[in-house]
Write a protein that binds this ligand. Structure first.
Ligand code: GLA
Length: 384
């Protein structure tokens, strides 16, 4: 029997009414562009979080994490972020969001289990949010479109957890299509799928295992820098987000915008252009061009946006030096987490060999995941 189902039955003495599952993601290109209303190009991966849920007749909320062997409790009318609730703040945030939108809820027993590597920049939190949201939606018969549910999950993370993330992770986790990457315009939430027909090439994710402790504070800081830059740029030319500006606009503003801020924003506007080119390259099966864009994206994240770290730079450099690798870059918010590499299958052993010194140099044992593009969140079982 499924682990989450069995654990739920053992923990609460009854079968779950709903089991929902949502995948993590890897972003192929388009980093730190979503909250600037630009473009991203992620795919969902075959790691997921499962949430089992049964309704209670009171207003109590019981959460059980199989992986942490940890239990948390809360009560419906008063849901507050509490640091010590750690992982449970994500499902609490989702439930709070439904309640704030006026949906009639009751108490719930919730069990969580998953295999998305934690804190690795593969969106384990978005997967948990989306799986919880889908389970709650199903259990309480709430009518809500898939895009709306992704937005609800993002809002919960922004307001309840306090990380001002963009829409990419929740959106791909809910909407992904098997065998495809998603080109998403984060301003209009328009999107289309591009088949990832890589023939003999593979998407290889390398987990640096660097704990990305800085990520939340630095993330919010970068976001703020982008906002300030838009305020200054829009004195010269109309625009409400970095999406509205070009590299030339940034060059023209030299001296008027603090240099660090200008560098950050140059990354964003050029990265948007790279996503457009990458999507085109993939549609034409041009993996060489796609790989080059990945490499340029990494350089820009390292030198302009400054969200890389020595470990990620080392892994990317080693990958890029390996024969049979098209391109490699950090993926996700940065400051640790993972790299994503487009590589010929036959070159993977060579790449593994090439990074063996990593553990000796940095003290973390890297992990390699060969992922395939998966479908988005779904209800696995429902007895409602
Ligand atoms: C995190 C956020 C996303 C996105 C990336 C950086 O994963 O959740 O919204 O901003 O960082 O591209």
């Amino acid at each position: 029997m499924d682990v989450v189902k069995q654990s739920h039955a053992e923990e609460y003495g009854r079968q779950p009414e709903v089991i929902a599952s949502a995948p993590g993601r890897v972003n192929l290109i388009g980093e730190h562009t979503d909250y600037n209303e630009g473009y991203v190009f992620p795919m969902a991966i075959d790691f997921s979080i499962r949430v089992a849920l049964s309704r209670r007749s009171d207003t109590q909320l019981h959460f059980y994490s199989v992986d942490y062997k940890d239990r948390k409790r809360a009560s419906l009318p008063v849901l507050k972020y509490r640091k010590e609730d750690r992982w449970a703040n994500y499902p609490k945030g989702i439930i709070n969001e439904f309640a704030e939108r006026g949906h009639e809820l009751g108490g719930m027993d919730v069990t969580i289990h998953g295999d998305v590597p934690q804190g690795a920049g593969l969106s384990s939190s978005a997967a948990l949010e989306v799986a919880t949201a889908l389970a709650v939606q199903t259990a309480f018969g709430i009518e809500m479109g898939r895009e709306e549910l992704a937005r609800l999950a993002q809002h919960a993370e922004n307001e309840f957890v306090g990380v001002k993330c963009g829409i990419m992770d929740q959106f791909i986790s809910r909407m992904a299509k098997e065998g495809h990457a998603m080109f998403l315009d984060a301003r209009w939430l328009t999107y289309h799928f591009v088949p990832l027909s890589l023939k003999t090439a593979r998407i290889c994710i390398t987990n640096s295992r660097v704990p990305h402790g800085l990520v939340d504070s630095e993330y919010n800081r970068r976001r703020e820098e982008c906002r300030r830059c838009v305020d200054l740029l829009s004195l010269r030319k109309p625009g409400t987000a970095l999406r509205d500006f070009t590299p030339d606009d940034l060059r023209d503003s030299m001296g008027e915008i603090p240099e660090t801020t200008r560098k950050r924003c140059l990354h964003v506007v050029e990265e948007n252009q790279r996503v457009l080119e990458a999507e085109e390259a993939l549609r034409h099966h041009d993996l060489v061009a796609f790989g080059k864009l990945m490499n340029r994206s990494h350089e820009s994240l390292r030198d302009l946006y400054e969200v890389s770290c020595p470990e990620l730079d080392w892994l990317v450099k080693r990958a890029q030096e390996t024969e049979g690798v098209y391109g490699s870059r950090l993926t996700g918010a940065g400051f640790g987490g993972c790299t994503v590499t487009l590589v010929e299958e036959e070159a993977i052993p060579r790449y593994r060999e090439h990074i063996t010194a990593y553990e000796r140099i940095f003290g973390f044992r890297p992990e390699i995941y060969l992922c395939r593009p998966c479908g988005g969140a779904r209800v696995l079982e429902s007895r409602i």
